[in-house]
Design a protein around this ligand. Structure first.
Ligand SMILES: [Fe+2]
Ligand SMILES: [Fe+2]
Length: 187
């Protein structure tokens, strides 16, 4: 029987909430760049959040592209949606790369101008993407996937995080990593 602790779709949705929080952190850190006195600290904070966001987002994308989507490939009705979501993952990755480049290129006034827009764009793109996954793909998975497939996805997600299904299942993939700069972090 699946409960929230071993339900991979709940875990993926929880990761969405966490990524949204991180996007809020990014927006907050980018706003702080406007104050020249606090700019160096704001840039450091921003860099930490971007690094965390990169890691968690790429793991989440792998969960979807390597564990969830392939198991739904036989559902012809959502095949085009899955392909579009894969392309959007690439676009999100490019947006994060642009963000990282803007931070590294210039800690000055230009970054203060460019970064909030880059983050707003990423947030808007991410919102549409998540809505589609949660309203279309996850419900289809819930209807279609057998318990053994759900367990398989969960196991792969745990393995991807070096946990291999061992340890405390209550902690599982929601275990909180190191939180540099005191900012919120999630799965
Ligand atoms: Fe996705
Ligand atoms: Fe997702």
């Amino acid at each position: 029987m699946l409960d929230d602790r071993n339900d991979p779709l709940e875990k993926l949705a929880a990761a969405h909430r966490s990524l949204e929080e991180n996007l809020n952190d990014l927006a907050r850190a980018a706003r702080a760049l406007g104050d020249a006195r606090g700019r160096a600290a704001a840039l450091e904070g921003l860099s930490g959040v971007v690094a965390y966001f990169e890691r968690s987002m790429s793991r989440h994308q792998e969960d979807e592209e390597r564990s969830l989507f392939p198991r739904l490939a036989v559902l012809e009705a959502i095949a085009p949606t899955l392909e579009r979501l894969r392309q959007e993952h690439k676009a999100h990755q490019r947006a994060i790369n642009a963000l990282r480049a803007a931070i590294e290129r210039d800690g000055g006034a230009e970054a203060a101008e460019v970064l909030p827009q880059l983050i707003d764009d990423l947030r808007a793109a991410y919102q549409r993407h998540v809505a589609c996954e949660e309203q279309e793909v996850f419900p289809a998975a819930r209807r279609f996937l057998q318990p053994s497939a759900m367990q398989g996805i969960m196991h792969e997600m745990e393995t991807r995080r070096g946990r291999g299904g061992q340890g405390n299942p209550a902690k599982g993939i929601s275990g909180r990593p190191h939180r540099p700069g005191g900012m919120r972090r999630g799965p």
